[in-house]
Design a protein around this ligand. Sequence first.
Ligand code: ATP
Ligand code: MG
Ligand code: FE
Length: 336
Amino acid sequence: VYILAIETSCDETAVAVVKDGSEVLSNIISSQIETHRAFGGVVPEVASRKHVEVITLIIEEAMAAAGIQPHQLAAIAVTQGPGLVGALLVGVVAAKSLALAWGKPLIGTHHIAGHIYANRLVAELKYPCMTLVVSGGHTELVHMEQEGKFRIIGRTRDDAVGEAYDKVARALGFPYPGGPHVDRLAREASEAVTLPRAWLEPDSYDFSFSGLKSAVLNVVNQSKMKGLTPDVAAIARGFQESVVEVLVEKAIRAVRSTGAKQLLLCGGVAANGGLRAALMARCKLEGIELIIPPPIYCTDNAAMIGAAAYVKWTHDGGTPLDMVADPGFSLEKWSV
Ligand code: ATP
Ligand code: MG
Ligand code: FE
């Protein structure tokens, strides 16, 4: 089963052809990061316009790279939400047009289900499993009792972890997106500033990163007031240690309490070297099977959308053509 998948929820125009939800035949990503960097973040209007400019070309490129003809496709998948509504619309309109023109079913796909099922591109999943989702807009622990059934047991109460990384990076003087800069600094640093950990209630799987972010801003401002240059490396390391410790602890506890057979990691922050290393070490110690996709499948891409769409397709078939882009699309409701 060949699925053409389209992803335009944020600032990447991405198209992929995926076979059986696990074999990537092509995976084309056109990033707008350079365009948005000047503004210090993603500008929704600009994102939509850029998607419109390149989407047709990226679709052609993905089909050509896969060596697939339209008649060979089983369906067209597209990210229906969540994301920026104007950006989502571009992908949804393109997918509907192709579905009509080529007479193929449409599969409206959930973006976070995509991030989760990126793991299916690199390993066979065993259920029940637990996923730690760490992206620019989401920080969640998602339990899957069976294939395609999502239950969110913990989520952030304020900032997403990627968002916190980007804000901290900005305070430390790095350009958007700052996550990779903080990651690099943290690993190079010889010492760490001590910063708080937000554990919340003892039994909670929820997260909070805004207090930590404020603590970082305080440290930066205090040294500036004293006329000193902030030790950005030590701050980055302190921040990363706090984030990683809480994420790892809660993910491990979630695996233990639900009897999950695997722990999956996904989302852009899954590219973080400190988090990957800490999770690998801890899972090895605890005898937990850990799956982490390579960085190219962690940040936004369409191959992951093809993987999630395949799961939905095998259980529920296609989505009616009158479906609409939904910026607040619910993961749990998208369950098969
Ligand atoms: P969502 O999927 O929640 O809608 P998104 O698609 O914008 O959000 P992703 O593309 O999954 O987010 O991830 C982007 C985020 O990942 C950015 O905040 C970026 O700073 C962060 N990120 C990328 N690499 C790293 C890294 N090495 N360390 C920390 N953060 C990182
Ligand atoms: Mg992005
Ligand atoms: Fe994403």
